[in-house]
Design a binder for this molecule. Structure first.
Ligand code: FAD
Ligand code: NAI
Length: 476
């Protein structure tokens, strides 16, 4: 069968690429091998099935539970302590996932994209002339061979296990098992205080688990701005997350009684005993098992498919996007690349700007940022000015009773161009969008400072932080 674009993987990168290709008049097919426990296809990839969507569903449900347990009294709402129906919470999460799978199927139909549930393998074409696609795509079951003009590889990533400790999803859990527990563990151990450790640690702490997180690095959340990370660590510890930094993990023993993790920490050798252990130490690209080597695709030492700035691989007509390639492992980054590649294939000038990809950690308070941190800019010798504004001085935050955190704007000392915005606080995930737009238009801090923001809103804190760059914040 001849198609313009064969997309391998229906995660946020792949399905978005297929939609954009179809919008541009290209004939697209999308192949995906994700199946549910009862064997049904489930387009949406990691993000929909065991990532962004179910984690946010559980974060929302657990936050409601936590608020009902501890925050309502302050508002004069008096009710009996809530009880947890974990089965219902999980069923709701599963329903949200299924709706999202169905939504993607609907989008495939609407855009006349053929969805092929199954596993794709590349097969090198021996007769490919100049400018032709270097590979065919074989889809199993059925051994159907596609001869596409272009292939977009969007096979995503998988959780990285600790060396020698396989995930059994019963006691040693990846994100998959940690999103599907049938009971709240009394003691939950987590290895890795990264994004998954913090988000899923928050979920289970709110639902009643005693959560201990063991992190190798001495610095907390090193990818975020240091000041923001410091404040976040204080907030999380106050909530009861036991975060131990600078540890070296030793033997992990799993048995009927639970899991024992030997580690060396600041105070010497120690042991963490827990009922379940989540291992969240990063993810590895899915570049194995679908013929990359045999097809002659260049894959780097860490398993990422090598691409140029336009997501072109070394093979003619073969592109790669999302978690499979360099850059942050984020759904919206994968989507940006998917759109850009589809546009390039259609002869347009698609481009994904990796310097302005926002990051969000959906904890409470949320952490969100875009651009560079203060430390990165100082290390690069950039002369900068900084404005900060605390949510404790923001009317809306005070009215809501949710005042933890701050907004930090970092601007160039001479041009005043905004180089980074870092937010810790409730609603940071939405507030960051204004900063991303501003930076995309290469705005100065004065540009944000001169724009009227509705009162009372948390967005005023961003404006105040922008004013503070010029030492003229109004409400502190
Ligand atoms: P994926 O979503 O991994 O999709 C790849 C698809 O390709 C899968 O369905 C896979 O089965 C399929 N596939 C692989 N090989 C083949 C083959 N040979 N043939 C056919 N199909 C194949 N990111 C955010 O931006 N925001 C969040 O809030 C967020 N939360 C997350 C929470 C968790 C717990 C996790 C684990 C991740 C989270 N992420 C989040 C990251 C996000 O899920 C990924 O960055 C995103 O899914 C990557 O998209 P992708 O299209 O590259 O790959
Ligand atoms: P991560 O890279 O965010 O964090 C992993 C953490 O584990 C790091 O702090 C690292 O120092 C630590 N670590 C590594 N090896 C260790 C060891 N042996 N012992 C102890 N600690 C160790 O990776 P995570 O949390 O697994 O998430 C994977 C990816 O999924 C992230 O890169 C992120 O891009 C994506 N994700 C995004 C979310 C979001 O956007 N809100 C939510 C969840 C995941």
């Amino acid at each position: 069968m001849e198609v313009d674009v064969a997309v391998i993987g229906a995660g946020p990168g792949g399905y978005t690429a297929a939609i954009r290709a179809a919008q541009l008049g290209l004939r697209a097919v999308c192949i995906d091998d994700w199946t549910t426990s009862d064997g049904q296809s489930a387009p949406g990839g990691t993000c929909t099935n065991v990532g962004c969507i179910p984690s946010k569903a559980l974060l929302q449900s657990s936050e409601i539970f936590d608020h009902a347990a501890r925050a309502l009294g302050e508002h004069g709402v008096v009710c009996a302590p809530p009880t947890l129906d974990l089965g219902r919470m999980m069923a709701r999460k599963d329903a949200v996932v299924r709706q999202t799978n169905d939504g993607i199927r609907y989008l495939f139909r609407k855009n006349e994209i053929e969805f092929l549930p199954g596993r794709a393998t590349l097969r090198r074409r021996t007769d490919a002339g100049d400018g032709a696609c270097a590979v065919d795509v074989v889809v199993e079951p059925g051994s159907r061979t596609l001869r596409p003009r272009n292939v977009i590889l969007a096979t995503g990533s998988s959780p990285r296990p600790l060396p020698g400790i396989a995930f059994d999803e019963q006691r040693i859990l990846s994100n998959r098992g940690a999103l599907a527990l049938d009971a709240v563990p009394q003691r939950l151990g987590i290895i890795g205080a990264g994004v998954i450790g913090l988000e899923l640690g928050s979920v289970w702490r709110r639902l009643g688990a005693q959560v201990t997180i063991l992190e190798a690095l001495p610095q907390f959340l090193g990818i975020a701005d240091e000041q923001i990370a410091r404040e976040a660590l204080k907030a999380f510890r106050k909530q009861g997350l036991d975060i131990r930094l600078g540890v070296q993990i030793g033997a992990v023993e799993s048995g009927a009684g639970g899991v024992a993790v030997a580690y060396r920490g600041a105070d010497g050798d120690a042991m963490l005993a827990c009922d379940r252990l989540v291992v969240a130490i990063g993810r590895v690209p899915n570049s194995d098992g679908w013929g990359a080597d045999a097809a002659g695709l260049t894959v780097d030492a860490r398993g990422f498919v090598a691409v140029d700035e336009h997501c072109r691989t070394n093979l003619g007509g073969v592109w790669a996007i999302g978690d499979l390639v360099r850059g942050p492992m984020l759904a919206h980054k994968a989507e940006e690349e998917g759109v850009a590649v589809a546009e390039r294939i259609a002869g347009k000038a698609g481009h994904a700007d990796l310097t302005r990809i926002p990051s969000v950690v959906y904890t409470d308070p949320e952490i969100a940022w875009v651009g560079q941190t203060e430390a990165q800019l100082r290390a690069a010798g950039r002369a900068i000015r900084i404005g900060t504004f605390p949510f404790s001085a923001n009317g809306r935050a005070r009215a809501a009773g949710d005042v933890v955190g701050l907004v930090k704007v970092v601007a160039d000392d001479v041009t005043d161009e905004i180089l980074g915005v870092h937010i810790l606080g409730s609603g940071a995930s939405e507030l960051i969008a204004e900063a991303v737009v501003a930076m995309a238009f290469r705005a100065s801090s004065e540009d944000i400072a001169r724009v009227c923001h509705a009162h009372p809103t948390r967005s005023e804190a961003l404006r105040e932080a922008a004013l503070a760059v010029d030492r003229r914040a109004l409400n502190v």
